[in-house]
Structure formats: C-alpha cells, structure tokens
Ligand binder design. Structure first.
Ligand code: MIC
Ligand code: SF4
Length: 643
C-alpha cells in the first residue's frame, strides 16, 4: 500500500517502533528550535545532560516571546540563551529578528526534514513540507543531544482542497473552517495532510498559516506537499538547493478525508474564548470593535502585511479603534519599509510594534475592560490577552483591517476595491541577526552567563507502590496550559524561576490553588476532556510537580501536555468510567494502590478515603514511559542510565 507524505518522512527517520497507529515510534530529529520562554528550561536541561555539542543538523534558539526587558530578568535570560547557544553549537536569532516560526519558514525549514521545537506552533514548518512537532523543552533537549523523539504513531487525515479562494477570503478562513468542522479536539492523535487540486493555489506563507493553526485542532502535526510553489518560495529566499519534491502516493490510505471547496468559503471568525467557536463574520456586523491586533506566527508574513498595507493605503482607522501591527520578521519589516508599504500603514494611524509575539502572549496591548479585540492570532483563551473580561475574536488580516476601518466587525468581501498583492520574486536576505555558534575550540573556555533569576531545575520524586494524595483541584473540559500556567508580561519574565512562577499556577481558575497544593503535600488534579490543550510550555507540568502534584486524572489529555506530565514524573491517568468524574469532589483524599503493576496492566484502582468507594483509572504507557514515571521523570530516568 502507498504512503502518505508524513508516513514517508517517518519511515525515513524511524529509529525504532512500528508504524501502526497507536504504537510508539522513535524518530531521528534533523532540526530543533527553541524560543526564549521555553528555551531557558530546555538549555538548563540540556546542560544537565553533560553533552558538549548538539548533534542535530541544525539547532537554533530564537528570542521572540519576552522581549520587553522591564527589569533585569529578560535581559539576563537573553544573555544566558546567547551564551549557552554559542557554547553548545546552537545558532542564535537575536531579539527583534522575528517570531521563531516565521523566521524558520523563511530561512531554515527544509522539506522532508524532521523538526521539533519547544513551542506548540512548530508545525508551521509543515507549510514547507517538513514533519514538524511541538514538544516540551525536555524532549527538545534530548533531541539536541542526538536522542530520538518518541510519539504515538498517529492516524492520517486528509483535507482535500478544491477550487480557489475568492478575493478577501484567506488561508485563515480555511483554518477556521476546519476548526468549525473538527473542534479543538478533532485532530487529536492525527496528522493532517493537505492535498487536492486547491493546494496549488496556496503560497507557502498561506500554507504556513494553515499548518500553524492545525495545533488548535489538537493534531500531532499538519503537512503540505512540497511542490513547485515550495520550490519557488525557497528560490526566492535564495535557498533553492534545499528543495526536494514530496507528495503522497496515489494509493495512500487515510483514516478520514474531509473536503473543503475553497471557492465556497466565506470570511470566518472565532468568538471568545475558544478557536473552534466559529461563525461567519457577516453574522456579527453589529459588534463594535475596540482594538485590532495584526501579527503572530499565524499571520505576519510579508504577503499578509502587504495586503494589510494595500487595504489601509490612503485611509484612516476608525477613531475608536486602536490598531497594532507586529511584523513576523526583520525581513518582513525591511521589505515593507523598502517598498513604501510601511508608510501607508503608519499613515493610517496604526501602531507598529516589534517583530515579536507581542500581544499574542499578553506582552502588552491588553484590551480595555470588557473590550472587543479582533486578532489575527491563533488562540483566544480566557485571560490570555492579559484582560480577563476582554472579548477576543480570531480573524484573518483582511477581516481585521476591514473592521479597523469601520469600527464594527466587518466582512472584508464587502470592500469595494480589488486586492492585488502577490508573492515577491526575491526576498531580501540579510541574516546578520542570526549569530553562528562558536567553534568547538573556542567553545571550550567560553562562559555561560547566568543571572540571579535563573533558578535550578526543580527535583521530582520517584513513585512508591502506593500514593495517598488529596484532590486539590477539580476543573472542567478543555483546560488549556494558559489556565494551568498563565503567561503575559507580569509572569513571563520568570520562566526560569519555577519557585516564583508557582505562585500563579491555575490563577485563572482558582487563585487559592498554590497555597492549597503546598499545604496538601502530595496532590491530585482532576480534569475533564482535552486537559492541557494549547501551548507546549512544560512549566504547566513542572510547576504543578514543584507544588506536589503527583497525578492528574482526566477524561482525556492533549498530546504535548501528556508527554510533559510524564517527563515531569506526574501520572496522567484517565477515568475508566467518565461518570466517576462527576462523583468526585474537591478535597477528597484518594489512594492509588499497586502503581507499578497498574501501569503495566493499564488499570489502576483508586480508593476514596471517605466512604471507601473504589473506581478504576486507565493509562496506556510504553515500557520506557513506565520507567520514566516510576523514576519520577525523564531527568531522573536519564541520570539512572535510561535511554
Ligand atoms: C503560546 O502560543 O502559547 C506560546 C507562548 O508560544 C507557547 C509556548 C510558551 O508557553 O512559551 C506555545 O505555543 O507552545
Ligand atoms: Fe508567539 Fe503567539 Fe505564535 Fe505562540 S502563538 S509562538 S506566542 S506568536
């Protein structure tokens, strides 16, 4: 039987395992990326492994999330990242050079290669035909050291595209349409492969928008073929030599096929507070807009921003709207400036921010109280913008500009003027803000610079055969890692300081949680379905571990978070009977018995102290995962000699 594109790349990178869906496969990783907010932990972990130099084809450290530098913390982190990267053979993309996924697509991504990144939107690379995964920092550290990346072999979904997008209907609307169809849980356990005749109508940045938002479906990753469009993009970036063609075999089998007719799509919008809360833009035309933010790794390419400039040219934004634009990279900003588009943007009254994540991760530009904010980003989780009662909607750049001009949510297809913007034949290439690592000789004596905010990695405990712990928190469905470990300007500077961060754990759901967890000693968290969706931040596992959480029992888990929990030595268990979720109350004292045996059989028994009721929980772990869990996490396991 023929293979899908993803199966071909997996087969050519397979270290161990068999490729049957559901079984574990170990993959050789060609490239890694980190960003600053997760990178400090990843490099601290890499340092504890004692490997002098990375063993990948390319590893690169980006600084894009936390560029504000209010106080010494971020600057110290940046200096740490720069020095640790240089010493260990990692390239360093300086603050201001752009958002990791945008820069990686432009300058480093290669079709047919594997990439893991300590950021959940690493699948953006799938727009170039890479097999790219978001992962926790520890998994990235292991891959940098030459270790394999372990995933559960996913199912294969295909989205079959026909037709061609109408003017003002965009790749973002394609992503939102798929979220409408599948929901934020619909891609769990699957790789989404994009195919069909409509693919040839989409440029690489448009494909990147789509693979970027595959993360919001919970998909393991998303991927496009590598074709003539890919070749032309790489050639325009001066990298034609990186091109290899890639397509699925005609008889490749898929577990599910979804058809989308691009010609029939309309502009769509995700309403607060979930990316799958999707309706047609035209149905919200009476909603007044306070703020519009354009940018993020989803929609900050040159193509996106040239369209934005064309729509703003000669116009002024509505007086009650505040508009921000964050270009995705220095390349994008320079080219906007050189062609005069930047002047059109500035003349409209927009505020141009740094080439960084910025408002997407709550680093400034939080909406006013109760304010309606339209964002071209990929997530609108409660509180993520920094304003808890902010009403964040996700839209395309075209819908964003149309609405910034009228002051109301506006369907851009109602705009009178045609929009004629195309991909450039050549991009302006200047990689001076990407610093190469030191040579092996120079690296030997090079110092790694650590500031006082960089605290040691927290220690986790191995498991005994029985665990008695209190249920310190019960939460509902679709809990995101933004709920578990919020980000934003106030907290992000402390990503390398777990003790301080722990004061904010679950702040959005229950500010009393950290104190209760500390008082409880060993604790358990109970969650609904899709627990831990969203960001790859391993802090959402490390911080609860630091607070004594030993086990999370949920109806189901998001992939990266489940892996992070295992790496942190926290048991991710699932209710055998979901009705037990309803029966449990916060404050209950629970005992898990025969843990070692239970992990092997896949069933554990939990006894409730009050009343003595027992119920069953399940967990399907590989031998390696069981050993990691019993050791109390990946670092303990590696120190004990585990591979
Ligand atoms: C996000 O979009 O939530 C982030 C911030 O990029 C995270 C990484 C992080 O928390 O540092 C992600 O998507 O993984
Ligand atoms: Fe940065 Fe936002 Fe993309 Fe995360 S989703 S990498 S915060 S731009």
């Amino acid at each position: 039987m023929g293979k899908t594109i993803a199966q071909k790349i997996i087969a050519s990178h397979l270290v161990s395992g068999d490729m049957t869906p559901g079984s574990e496969v170990a993959l050789r990783i060609d490239q890694t990326l980190t960003q600053d907010a997760t990178g400090t932990m990843a490099y601290l972990e890499f340092e504890t492994m004692g490997i002098p130099r990375v063993k990948t084809e390319l590893s690169i450290a980006y600084v894009d999330h936390n560029t504000l530098q209010c106080g010494f913390e971020n600057s110290d982190d940046h200096r740490y990242l720069q020095s640790v990267a240089a010493k260990h053979g990692v390239w360093f993309s300086r603050p201001g050079n752009g958002i990791c996924h945008q820069v990686h697509l432009e300058r480093f991504g290669k079709p047919g290669k594997t990439l893991i990144g300590s950021d959940s939107h690493t699948p953006t690379g799938g727009g170039l035909g890479m097999l790219a995964f978001g992962a926790g920092g520890m998994d990235v550290a292991v891959a940098m050291g030459g270790g394999a990346y372990y995933i559960t072999m996913p199912k294969m979904y295909k989205v079959n595209l026909t037709g061609k997008l109408r003017p003002y209907v965009t790749a973002k609307d394609v992503s939102l349409e798929l979220l409408r169809i599948l929901s934020v849980k619909g891609g769990v356990g699957a790789i989404i492969e994009w195919g069909g005749p409509g693919v040839a109508t989409l440029s690489v940045p448009e494909r990147g928008t789509i693979t970027n938002m595959g993360t919001e479906l919970g998909a393991t990753t998303s991927i496009f073929p590598s074709d003539e469009i890919t070749r032309a993009f790489l050639a325009a970036q001066g990298r034609e030599g990186d091109y290899v063609p890639l397509e699925s075999d005609p008889d490749a089998a898929y577990d599910r096929i979804i058809d989308i007719d691009l010609s029939a799509l309309e502009p769509l919008i995700a309403c607060p507070h979930s990316p799958d809360n999707v309706v047609k833009v035209s149905t919200l035309k009476d909603v007044k807009v306070d703020q519009v933010c354009i940018g993020s790794c989803t929609n900050s390419s040159l193509l996106d921003l040239r369209k934005v400039a064309a729509m703003l040219k000669g116009k002024t934004i509505h007086p009650s709207v505040s508009l921000s634009i964050s270009p995705g990279s220095r390349q994008v900003l320079t080219m906007l400036s050189d062609c005069g588009d930047l002047s059109d943007i500035l003349a409209s009254g927009a505020r141009v921010l740094e080439c960084a994540c910025g408002p997407c991760i709550g680093m400034g530009f939080s909406p006013n109280s109760g304010g309606v904010s339209l964002r071209t980003f990929n997530r609108n989780f409660l509180g993520r913008s920094g304003t808890k009662d902010g009403q964040v909607y996700l839209v395309s750049p075209e819908t964003a500009v149309a609405s910034a001009l009228t002051g109301f949510i506006t369907d851009p297809t109602t705009m009178a003027e045609p929009l004629n913007v195309s991909m450039p034949e050549k991009f302006l290439v200047n990689d001076s803000a990407v610093l190469p690592p030191l040579s092996e000789d120079q690296a030997k004596d090079a110092p790694v610079l650590r500031g006082p905010n960089i605290k040691p990695f927290p220690k986790s405990k191995p498991f005994a055969d029985t665990l008695k712990a209190s249920l310190v928190l019960k939460v509902g469905d679709n809990i995101t890692t933004d709920h578990i470990m919020p980000a934003g300007a106030r907290i992000l500077p402390y990503r390398s300081n777990i003790p301080y961060l722990s004061n904010f754990c679950f702040e959005v759901c229950d500010p009393g949680f950290p104190e209760r967890a500390r008082a409880a000693g060993d604790g358990i968290v109970v969650g609904g379905s899709n627990y831990g969706q969203g960001s790859s931040r391993e802090h959402a596992a490390l911080v609860p571990m630091y607070l004594g959480i030993r086990c999370v029992i949920a109806k189901s888990f998001a992939r990266i978070h489940a892996a992070n929990l295992i790496n942190a030595g926290i048991l991710p268990l699932t209710f055998a009977d979901p009705a037990d979720y309803d029966r449990l109350e916060q404050g209950a004292v629970l005992t898990l018995s025969d843990i070692r045996q239970g992990l092997e059989t896949g069933f554990l028994t939990v006894t409730e102290e009050a009343g003595g009721r027992t119920f069953r929980v399940t967990g399907s772990f590989t031998r390696r995962q069981r050993a990691i869990l019993m050791a109390g996490g990946l670092l303990n396991y590696t120190k004990e000699g585990g591979q």
